[in-house]
Design a protein around this ligand. Sequence first.
Ligand code: BV8
Ligand code: ZN
Length: 250
Amino acid sequence: MWEEEIEAAASALREAKRVVAFIGSGFSAESGIQTFRGEDGHYSDREIATLTHVSTFESGDRARMLGWYQGRRDQVWTVEPNPGHHALARAANHGEYLIATQNVDGLIDRAVDKAGSSPEVIHLHGSILEVACHDCGDRRRDDQMDLGQQPACDECGGRMRPGVVWFGEALPEGAFERSIEFASSADACLVIGTSGIVYPAAAIPEFAKRAGATLIEINPNRSELSSLCDIVLEARSGEVLPRIVERAYG
Ligand code: BV8
Ligand code: ZN
């Protein structure tokens, strides 16, 4: 299955000098991490959708929001990168790769460490492995803090939160700009496991397209970006990305 698409995707990667990989929550689905949209996504519970908006933290049910995030933090230490993460990390040994991930789970970073490759990884929506103070901005990686207890900041007594970007908040300084700068001179763009709905992140593949890159999507479902892509594999990334990378680089 997908023989033709795998061959086409592999030769596009093989010929590419610079590859941008735009990643969404579906890339971590096979590690057991829930996606946001789609039938079994977080947002199938409408109430959860409010828990990723900064207004809920500032003037809504903060306890519920922090409890939900702590539950996701607790889970992320217990899961592993899947074959898709490892394949992308290995691929980055064969060219200049920038991985622009919307995911906050740290799984691609673990796979890259294991592969010993050195892609540039841009965390467009931050990281739940980090905690930050909403009031003074103090931020650090912390796997002990229980956000469900609504801890106060050691520095200023302010409100601690997960180190992620919520709706209504700006992306980390320079993250989007660096991603589109690289995408604007990429030869290939992987679009993996994203519904392509959230902006400005979802604009990144458009910059690669404009630069003449070959766009390769891996997603079992159609997304908002499918029509932009040259090669569309309606498949799970953990299943087909290893085959593409193997075919491309041996
Ligand atoms: C900003 C927090 C400005 C982190 C998240 C109207 C029009 C356009 C835009 C807007 C608008 N109104 C408001 C906006 C802006 C808004 C936005 O885009 N809204 C959308 C929804 C309309 N964006 C923002 O607010 C952003 N900030 O614009 O700032 C600004 C500037 C200055 C000062 C102040 C403000 C901030 C966006 C950040 C949102 N943060 N979450 C967290 O908790 O994780 S959103 C959430 O959606 C996650 O971050 C997630 O990463 C992101 C995108 O979702 P996907 O990754 O695509 O995941 P999804 O579940 O949707 O899809 C999964 C896909 O995987 C599916 O297609 C599925 O088929 C596929 N799949 C499943 N299994 C597999 C698979 N694929 C492959 N293999 C598998 N096995
Ligand atoms: Zn503080």
